[in-house]
Design a protein around this ligand. Structure first.
Ligand SMILES: Nc1ncnc2c1ncn2[C@@H]1O[C@H](COP(=O)(O)OP(=O)(O)O)[C@@H](O)[C@H]1O
Ligand SMILES: [Mg+2]
Length: 261
């Protein structure tokens, strides 16, 4: 059984993916794997390439080299709309909800492709919405309010809720804790834990390594667009370099050695 499990095709498999912006190489041969049902963290300082990685996976950056496999299928050349229908959904950095639309309409838009492709009836959509209101009672109370009137934490909840409305197989989260008070961050991470218990696979990008490690099984450390370290979170937490950089003793100029473990 164990041997069988190990041979299971990863949900997402990046093979030496590089991404350039005009002249700048922002991602260098990143290889990364997410198995079904895992939460994987990618941590790294500002400018390390975390958002580039996310946007590369969700198809928003098309100038990619290397290979991206989703459920064993080569999706390297597919655009963001097709990838959404395959089950890859990104909650972007800074949330990007629709400010002039109500909470409810923001959620419905998350199910746009399912409705359009007749994968879901309006009744199912209403049921999905009810379950999101169950997870985020704040959103239910504010369902008629415009997105712009929500607090930062509520906007993050709405962005996550909207992503769930697309019934993703893989949820990509770009710094969900950014700019939020610790109590709100706790609420959001509790929800991620619950979604994980419901077998959703999650790729979580964070500067907040402590929070990310608290719910993830494995993590990748990104520096200057490269994976410099990867391991189970339980080991990474005890790694001296990770400890020094992400949990205290500051050395802002510290560089990881380039050996990948
Ligand atoms: N649209 C862009 N055009 C040119 N360079 C970019 C663009 N977006 C990001 N970069 C550069 O790519 C590198 C990685 O950025 P980013 O992926 O946003 O990092 P992170 O999300 O880890 O903070 C940085 O050096 C950044 O300046
Ligand atoms: Mg970023």
């Amino acid at each position: 059984m164990e041997a069988f499990k190990q041979q299971e095709v990863p949900l997402l498999d990046l093979e030496r993916v590089s991404i350039h912006y005009d002249g700048i190489q922002a991602l260098r041969e990143v290889s990364l794997e997410i198995r079904k049902g895992e939460i994987i963290a990618v941590i790294g300082a500002n400018g390390a390439g975390k958002t580039t990685l996310m946007r590369g996976i969700s198809g928003l950056l098309e100038k990619r080299s290397g290979r991206i496999l989703f459920n064993g299928r080569d999706v390297t050349r597919l655009g963001p709309q097709v990838l959404v229908t395959l089950g890859i959904c990104q909650v972007p950095e800074g949330r990007h909800i629709f400010p002039s639309l109500s909470v409810e309409d923001n959620l419905v838009l998350g199910a746009y492709w399912r409705l359009r492709q007749r994968e879901a009836t309006k009744r199912e959509i209403r049921r999905n919405m009810a379950s999101i209101y169950g997870i985020f009672p704040n959103l239910k109370e504010r369902r008629k309010q415009k997105g712009a009137t929500l607090s930062g934490g509520e906007q993050q909840m709405l962005a996550i809720g909207r992503a769930i409305m697309s019934k993703p197989k893989l949820l990509l989260l770009d710094e969900p804790s950014m700019g939020l008070a610790p109590k709100i961050v706790d609420t959001i991470f509790d929800v991620l834990k619950k979604l994980h218990e419901q077998e959703l696979s999650i790729l979580l990008v964070e500067q907040n390594a402590e929070m990310a490690f608290s719910i993830s099984q494995r993590a990748y450390v990104l520096q200057n667009g490269q994976v410099v370290l990867t391991d189970d979170c339980q080991y990474l937490i005890d790694n001296k370099e990770v400890k020094d950089i992400y949990f205290g003793t500051d050395d802002p100029d510290f560089q990881f050695s380039q050996n990948k473990t």
